[in-house]
Design a protein around this ligand. Structure first.
Ligand code: ADP
Ligand code: ADP
Length: 225
């Protein structure tokens, strides 16, 4: 059975007559897939991701994780949004360890993993630096390590590299693909970049372009890298 199943998922903002952001999204996502949601700005990608994350509720249709309707953020979810949301008063390592903190897990058990992730993205020498001393690209990499710390079976990313220059984005795309290859989690990745979607994903789902009609029924199954 699919990990995620969306059937006729609709989302209207602001009550009757309000903006129809999703209009009948139907798709299944299997375990271990790296799915990009690709489409122009305003076509409902973020709304759909927020519904997957349990941060927003569909107003119609059925959206399930392991067969259970999503009504709250799933327990083992990694999430990285457009802005990195690091805590300025914690150093890099402590920022990455936050999900362990929230889970009430002993810090020591996750420190080695945090250091390994930071090394993988080239931040091994910055583990005790504070976020404000880092560049935008470095901060974004910290946020990605944080999202991956607990090896979440499900990783949701909404244009996590959107604010970065093209070179940094390319590097992070390489990092992310390596991490996915090493961990084989399920990733749903929102982007409006065709190149990014094709580089990263095992599958691309096209949204848009008309608002309120978000999903084109075109799904490309790409070979695994
Ligand atoms: P995308 O991520 O593809 O750019 P969004 O999901 O952000 O698209 O937005 C889809 C549509 O829903 C847009 O018309 C947007 O203006 C509208 N929308 C998104 N969030 C809200 C909100 N909280 N309240 C009202 N309208 C919203
Ligand atoms: P931005 O997107 O904000 O420009 P980058 O990640 O491209 O961020 O990095 C910008 C600056 O930070 C550059 O001077 C780069 O040399 C430095 N930098 C980035 N990552 C590292 C790293 N792993 N080790 C040392 N310096 C780094």
């Amino acid at each position: 059975p699919p990990l995620i199943s969306a059937s006729g998922v609709a989302k209207r903002f602001g009550g009757p007559g309000g903006t129809l952001a999703l209009d009948g999204v139907t798709l299944d996502i299997r375990r271990g897939e790296f799915v990009s949601l690709l489409g122009p700005s305003g076509c409902g990608k973020s709304t759909f991701l927020r519904c997957l994350a349990g941060l927003d509720r569909p107003t119609g249709g059925r959206l399930t994780l392991e067969g259970v309707p999503i009504t709250a953020p799933p327990a083992e979810l990694g999430i990285a949004l457009q802005r990195d949301a690091l805590l300025d008063w914690l150093d890099v390592l402590d920022n990455v360890l936050l999900p362990a903190e929230f889970a009430g897990a002993p810090r020591a058990r996750h420190t080695a993993r945090a250091l390994e992730l930071l090394r993988m993205v080239g931040l091994g020498e910055f583990v005790h630096a504070y976020p404000r001393t880092l560049s935008g690209g470095m901060r974004q990499r910290v946020a990605i390590c944080r999202a991956l710390l607990m090896s979440p079976p499900l990783l949701l990313m909404d244009e996590p590299f959107g604010a970065l220059d093209a070179l940094t984005r390319d590097q992070l795309n390489v990092d992310l693909r390596k991490l996915w290859q090493a961990n084989r989690m399920t990733v749903v990745f929102v982007t409006h970049s065709i190149a990014e979607a094709l580089f990263l994903s095992t599958r691309v789902v096209l949204f848009g372009p008309r608002p309120g009609r978000p999903v084109d029924d075109v799904t490309l199954d790409l070979p695994e890298h």
